[in-house]
Design a protein. Sequence first.
Length: 242
Amino acid sequence: MFQKIRDFLHRRGDTPPFCSAVVPAAGSSQRMGGENKLLMSIGGVPVIARTLLALAGSERISELVVAVREEELLTIAEICKAYEIEKPLKLVAGGASRMESVLAALAECDSRAELIAVHDGARPLVTAEVIDEAVEKAAEVYAAAPAVAVKDTVKVARQNVVQSTPDREELFAVQTPQVFDAALLRAALQAAKEAEAVLTDDCAAVERLGKQVYLTRGSYENIKITTPEDLVLAEAIWESRG
């Protein structure tokens, strides 16, 4: 009964749900040549600081839980202190995979968290609008993620031979934050872990359970920094924002 009342209020927007932002940031940065991309700068500010400041700037985010490499806990802690992240923030040691890092962060989320927003540590240019829309949609439908339409024609190929050409109108590039009902995400990730499933994002874990994920408006500026070229583009986007 009380759960139904809470869900009704959330749908009306009268009682914003407590949303913990989980930030997996323990990757190896192999495609960046091994140097930790999160410690590189955009406009003179470390990438990880830009990411956390963007999340903290959303009124829909209640706390931040960041999973980082164990050997960089102190470094990241110093960065967070220097840039005065204005939201409750916890740092945890991440795992060898994205899934392990997200699970480690989930274990440290506030017990009040009804929603979990999983956001890549290397997406520093996300806006409050993109974050808020995904959180608000997830409060209604339990699973939502921002996405943008694919601009290029995509080919399915095997051994460099084209097998098919999917309809571009049905293709979307999914971004983060991907936002889920907290209990649903925990169950989905645990099931994926037990099945030893290889996942590239958290939506895939929920999809494995047969649950629907709804797409919200993303932004072509909400890029993930993976290669040196991405860092150049991110710098240009930041400068264009003035």
